[in-house]
Design a protein around this ligand. Structure first.
Ligand SMILES: [Zn+2]
Length: 399
């Protein structure tokens, strides 16, 4: 993992604040402040480089290069300007000073000049955020989730202020989105367990996607989440659109399909289905949309022969609380007003996270019964066969 990514946003913003302060001092409109700052900087560079009158080139090199740490020594002696270059280095930013002593800061290809000194903090913070996000996307585990969710700010409304969401669910969602939950597939990779088979169904690898969306053992909890979002949608839908058919086969239709909600009036039919996929790749929502469209294609064709107007919509809410922007068309079909939809979206996302947390609680409860030493037949057999020592899994009471 990149050292830049390991730091918290608070640490990065603190560095941005310090660099901004020093840059503003060097570009101050007050001549006394500016000259005093430059004089101090030249003094420090002169002492460090051993030159009597350092050039702008020397100053630029001083700010952009960290000194080599001496063996057994204490490294760089602290001064305001030596810490400045430490902050610049931690931000992966650099400085450029021309012959007229005009200084500018460069971060991820964007230059902050004297003319833009008032926006220094805003520009550096924005660039630092973008850099952090691109590093996050490149990360093998975390990137899979952030490729999708980072582009959909609408679905992350709960993230900034935690509205409508419990503290446990908030913590769970953030850990899950970074793939930090101790599922077997992750634990095997870091050598904490010897098998990654799902202990509940014993058929597939225990990944987060399998637990939250694939394991039949937790299908009841998945259905509960789906039904909660469905019930909210049904109540929010315009009740005057026509007769509602809920989770049942349309009389006379081919096949055995039962869409979540069908609304019929004398010459119009609206079919809506709800799905809660996990957002673990960039095309997760697109794939869900295509799967549902293909599934109901025959039913829609049949309905078009019976009704003058047939509408079909899919409502997609990610298991980890991401809202698909394509849902806007479905909300239109259901007559959910723009004003209420703002609140409705937030509540649906929170419903999905709370549902996933409930599944995760079931996983942890089951795991606490299955750890070696608690009569876990399966783990015992695997250890015997492979000759591997099984480590006892720490059961966290965080959730
Ligand atoms: Zn399973």
């Amino acid at each position: 993992m990149s050292p830049y990514l390991e730091r918290s946003f608070y640490g990065i913003y603190a560095d941005v604040g310090r660099v901004t302060q020093l840059f503003k001092t060097l570009t101050s409109p007050d001549q006394t402040v500016k000259e005093c700052a430059w004089e101090q900087l030249r003094d420090v560079v002169a002492k460090r480089t051993g030159t009597n009158i350092p050039t702008n080139q020397n100053i630029q090199q001083f700010l952009n290069t960290l000194p080599e740490r001496r063996e057994g020594g204490r490294g760089d002696v602290q001064s305001m300007w030596s810490t400045a270059r430490k902050f610049l280095n931690r931000l992966s930013a650099s400085t450029s000073i021309d012959e007229s002593s005009n200084i500018k800061i460069i971060l991820s290809g964007v230059e902050v000049t004297k003319q833009r000194r008032k926006q220094t903090s805003t520009i550096l913070r924005r660039q630092a955020n973008e850099r952090q996000l691109s590093l996050l996307k490149e990360a093998k585990d975390q990137g899979r989730f952030f490729h999708l969710i980072s582009d959909l700010p609408e679905g992350n409304s709960w993230l900034s202020n935690g509205s409508f969401i419990s503290f446990a669910a908030y913590r769970f969602a953030n850990k899950a989105r970074c793939n930090l939950l101790p599922v077997r597939a992750v634990q095997k990779r870091i050598g904490k367990v010897c098998v990654d088979l799902c202990p509940a169904c014993r058929r597939d690898k225990e990944t987060l996607a399998h637990v939250l969306n694939g394991c039949k053992h937790y299908s009841n909890a998945m259905t509960t989440t789906h039904n909660k979002i469905f019930e909210r949608t049904r109540k929010a839908a315009n009740q005057t659109l026509g007769t509602q058919f809920i989770d049942q086969k349309i009389p006379g239709s081919p096949g055995i399909l039962r869409p979540d909600l069908v609304i019929t009036s004398h010459n119009e039919m609206t079919i809506v289905d709800i799905t809660v996929p996990i957002e673990n790749n960039a095309d997760a929502f697109k794939e869900s949309q295509e799967t549902k469209t293909a599934k109901y294609a025959e039913l829609v064709d049949w309905a078009r022969a019976q009704y003058k107007t047939v509408n079909f919509g899919v409502l997609i809410v990610g298991s980890l609380g991401t809202w698909d922007p394509e849902n806007a068309n479905t909300l239109k079909l259901l007559g959910i007003g723009r004003r209420y939809s703002v609140l409705y979206k937030k509540l649906c996302c929170v419903d999905a996270i709370e549902g996933s947390l409930e599944i995760w609680r079931q996983v942890r409860t089951r795991l606490s019964r299955n750890v070696p030493g608690n009569n876990s037949e399966m783990w015992y057999m695997v250890a015997k066969r492979t000759g591997t020592k099984i480590q006892r899994t720490q059961i966290s009471s965080s959730f």
